[in-house]
Design a binder for this molecule. Sequence first.
Ligand SMILES: Cc1cc2nc3c(=O)[nH]c(=O)nc-3n(C[C@H](O)[C@H](O)[C@H](O)COP(=O)(O)OP(=O)(O)OC[C@H]3O[C@@H](n4cnc5c(N)ncnc54)[C@H](O)[C@@H]3O)c2cc1C
Length: 416
Amino acid sequence: MSEETHDQPRKMRGATAHPHLRTGRSLWADSPGLSLPSKRLSQPLDVDVVVIGAGISGAFMAYDLSHDFHVAVLECNAPLLGSTIASTAMLQWELDSPALALAEQIGLADASRVYQRSRRVVNDLIDIVRLERIACRLTPKASLYLAGDAYGARALKSEAKLRTNIGLDSVFLRKDELRERFAIERSGAILSQGSASADPAQLAAGLLRRAIKRGAHLFAPEEVTGIMQGGDHVTLVNGSGFEVRARHIVFCCGYAFPKGVPTNRAKIISTWALASKPIGDMPEWLSKHLLWEASDPYLYVRTTTDGRIIMGGEDEASADRQSDPIILKEKGRTLTRKLKVLLPNIHFEIDYAWAGAFGHSTTSMPLIGAIPDMPNCHAVMGLGGNGITFSALASQIVGATVRGRRDPDADLFAFT
Ligand SMILES: Cc1cc2nc3c(=O)[nH]c(=O)nc-3n(C[C@H](O)[C@H](O)[C@H](O)COP(=O)(O)OP(=O)(O)OC[C@H]3O[C@@H](n4cnc5c(N)ncnc54)[C@H](O)[C@@H]3O)c2cc1C
């Protein structure tokens, strides 16, 4: 490595990295099948692509790229223990921002493309799980989006109409229909098809295992602290003492935003989640639907295949609040109280309670693609409540670029 071909190393860790990403114990920490064959770097490495981060984004990325390239994944902790293990894994195509609200921000044509693409990505994700027979308790579900204090029944009716016009599977339910079909007291709701739920840690582990089977290598713990750019390659700065070179690198670092990657005013906030003990008399409809509300802060509810309820929400703008165990208890009480109002016949007994950092953007859209002024470097920032859908989307967009093609929707999610 000569000084003529490389700039000074560009440090990655910096002002936006956040040390505490998760508090409490998530349900998925006890999932079976999470062990992965990782190793330490013991010699120099020269590969086509280095993926930095072994969470769900790195897993989808490594899975996709290992079909055609020699891939190495570098993870600074144990794999899967970032926000992926905290995720409640509602696999949705509906963004946190309704299509109508998004249209006001980015225009109707682009908002429609975002929603249509997101819908296709959830289908693709389900297809991959089935094709690869990944045991991650994937369960296809409908989604019920309840009117709340942010969007009332009239707004949801307009939203459902727009979605129908752009070919999406959503219908508006009036107050009486909602009561009759679901015994829920709200002024209206949108019922949509085509979502799912899963175990996010098992999903990520399964994808990484398929990538490793195709020749990818997983190195952990190996922290990347900087990069140096050469003509047609990138060299990674890491503590191992061995040189790691790649034609492309992809930052899949979750909410530890690497320094130098533009975040377009994304913020790290705090969010909370609970899982109940298995519930004997779960209403059948609830195990087939994801439930969430158009409120701020919002409550969302899903079930697991072993009869638990997972719920979450109560987001707060501060990044640090999620690391406070006293607030975790308070949030547990608040979420349980809210569920009692929504579903009075459910007895929710807390078995797991956890909190996590969460990336929020004003549009609820992710940032994905080539990093400006950093040739051969790409990044994935799955901001908003659809992080896992966006991880799958990111592997399609970055996968196309690395293969020398352009994804037709890359412009929508690009860093500016
Ligand atoms: C409580 C909660 C509930 C959520 N619910 C949902 C939901 O229902 N549906 C949904 O789609 N999304 C949800 N999300 C969001 C979703 O979980 C995230 O978008 C997703 O997990 C992000 O995955 P990731 O792989 O990008 O990040 P992570 O899982 O955080 O992985 C990033 C990895 O990069 C590693 N890393 C960072 N820096 C370096 C470095 N310099 N060198 C080497 N390794 C590094 C980290 O150690 C980490 O393992 C939720 C999030 C939370 C916290």
